[in-house]
Design a protein around this ligand. Structure first.
Ligand code: VG1
Ligand code: CO
Length: 543
């Protein structure tokens, strides 16, 4: 079959953000838009002879169209083999596993994660490298540079393949294998965790609800929780992946998973409530009457990781993104392992994991994961929680209280101001930068600024530097406020304000979070002028 070269001109703004290129579906539907980006990837990424490409997505609207086109383009660009999930489906962590397991040179993951889906909503494309992780900044920058100069993309003229039937077909001279998206992943989970212990507590009456939010984790959760672990049928709700996620935001937080939250706070709560996002890499953990913040979850999982067979005796270090609370730092200190503070986005954990410097990582945005793959992994976190609860025979609430009594509690919240005016958001950040040199010593209400900076990170493995990763305002007494603009949105700008207040074991460990953060909230407004710059007097989402 003949390779056809299609002339093109660059599209503006094909710059990958925190996690790939995300735009409205209508933007992606412009003729050549997805093709330009995919060709730019193929033009710059490292590939050995006869490379294998992994292909899959979260099943949102436009997924199948881009998958079919990417297969034709891969055939025209010298790939020997494509592994594609049945129906075009692969969760982000499952894709990471497939890349590693079958030694692919990389993968294209089609997802806009927790952003809504459908013809008027969002789509995204992300490239992962051979270690299974998101392309590091040097690679995403090279891809972006290529998109600004691209003049042609390559394809072959072949019909769509049958994505729904497992097995191999030839596209040109390239082999396409349609693989079971769940099996390899479920096998990996069974290797990591004590499934026998979990099965035993399930048999003795332990109950849970898993809300798949009509997104990609439904089939994975059904196969593992109901299939392999014996939870009752109906434990997984909203388990059918839908192209528009049923019209909801597949974002596992207290706003968008409110039904689950209400159930867990009510009289009919099961022992554990959990949810995952559009592409399956985030997790929400709620015990009966007890929400666990993602920052606390990272700390609690790290502190109890010895309960899980695959991690016994091999915790080398912990990493967290800068805006994530310091709860994990206290655990690392107690266990005598290092704790690394990275910029937001999973790509910054890759080098640390590859070098064996850390075993578990997490972000405040409901992302937790380990060295088993190179992405955050929603179901993995839920299974580690289950493993710990089963082995220790305690409830989520008991575990949380015990943890805080030992380490103290980092009260924490994130306030999001979504789709605000871009100029206003930029002016707010510029205003903060301008104040940095003189902020130390400033009194803001009840708080005094101890230090303030713009976070920069030097990767300890390759020495690469990432600057301007958020403004930190640290107060005397150890509390802090962090300001960042989101790199995953598709409309205007989203301001994220991260609030943290540490209370030692001797303090009030079971207080209301918003009350415990009132001084930090007031200080954030005072220093940044949020209302003035954004026109908003309250956040859209509090997590
Ligand atoms: C957000 C989160 C970040 C996460 C990223 C991708 O980025 O804050 O922690 O890594 O989403 O997650 P931002 O730039 O909008 O703050 V996902 O599940 O959307 O791939
Ligand atoms: Co996600």
């Amino acid at each position: 079959t003949q390779v056809r070269t299609v002339p093109t001109t660059p599209f503006e703004g094909q710059k990958p953000g925190t996690s790939g290129l995300r735009k409205k579906v209508r933007v992606f539907q412009q003729s050549g838009y997805a093709e330009n980006f995919i060709q730019s990837v193929f033009d710059v990424v490292e590939r050995p002879e006869a490379p294998t490409l992994v292909l899959g997505g979260d099943g949102r609207f436009y997924n199948r169209t881009v998958i079919q086109q990417a297969i034709r383009m891969a055939a025209a660009n010298g790939y020997a083999r494509v592994l594609v999930g049945q129906g075009g489906i692969l969760s982000t962590p499952a894709a990471s596993n497939v890349i590693r397991k079958y030694k692919a040179s990389g993968g294209l993951i089609l997802s806009a994660s927790h952003n809504p889906g459908g013809p008027d909503e969002d789509f995204g494309i992300k490239y992962n490298i051979a270690n299974g992780g998101p392309a590091p900044e040097a690679v995403t920058e090279a891809i972006y540079a290529r998109t600004t100069a691209i003049d042609a993309w390559r394809t072959i003229d072949t019909p769509d393949i049958d994505l729904d039937t497992l097995g191999s077909v030839l596209v040109g001279t390239m082999t396409v294998e349609v693989i079971d998206p769940v099996a390899d992943y479920a096998d990996l989970m069974e290797e990591l965790f004590d499934f026998a212990a979990i099965r035993a507590v399930v048999a003795s009456g332990f109950t849970m609800r898993f809300d798949a939010m009509s997104a990609v984790t439904g089939p994975y959760a059904s196969a593992i929780l109901e299939g392999r672990l014996g939870f009752a049928e109906g434990t997984v709700v909203n388990g059918q992946p839908l192209e528009d996620f049923g019209g909801h935001h597949p974002d596992p937080n207290l706003i968008h998973a409110k039904d689950l939250y209400d159930l867990m706070m009510g009289p009919d709560a099961p022992d554990l409530g959990a949810a995952s996002d559009g592409d399956g890499d985030r997790n929400l953990i709620i015990g009966r009457g007890r929400f666990i913040t993602p920052s606390d979850s990272l700390a609690m999982l790290a502190a109890n990781i010895e309960c899980a067979p695959a991690y016994r005796g091999r915790l080398t270090g912990i990493a967290r993104s800068m805006p994530t609370s310091a709860a994990a730092d206290r655990v690392a200190q107690a266990l005598g392992v290092p704790c690394f503070e990275t910029p937001t986005g999973w790509k910054f954990f890759g080098n640390l994991l590859d070098a064996g410097m850390v075993t578990i990582c997490g972000e405040e945005s409901a992302g937790t994961g380990s060295d088993h793959v190179r992405e955050k992994d929603g179901l993995w976190a839920v299974l580690l929680w289950l493993n710990i609860l089963a082995v220790r025979g305690i409830s989520v609430d008991q575990l949380a209280k015990e943890h805080w009594a030992r380490f103290g509690r980092n009260y924490y919240a994130r306030h999001d101001y979504e789709a605000v005016n871009k100029e206003g958001a930029d002016a707010l950040m510029a205003g903060l930068v301008a104040q940095l040199p003189t902020l130390a010593g400033t009194v803001l209400g009840d708080l005094t600024v101890a230090a303030a900076d713009s976070f920069a990170y030097t990767d300890p493995v390759d020495g690469s530097v990432s600057a301007n990763q958020g403004i930190r305002v640290l107060f005397e007494g150890g509390s802090r406020v962090v300001f960042r603009l989101s790199g995953t949105g598709t409309a205007g700008a989203t301001l994220r304000v991260y609030l943290e207040n540490f209370v030692p074991p001797s303090g009030d460990l079971d207080a209301d979070t918003s009350a415990m953060l009132a001084a930090q909230i007031a200080a954030a407004e005072a220093v940044a002028g949020i209302a003035g710059h954004t026109g908003r007097t309250a956040p859209d989402v509090i997590t």
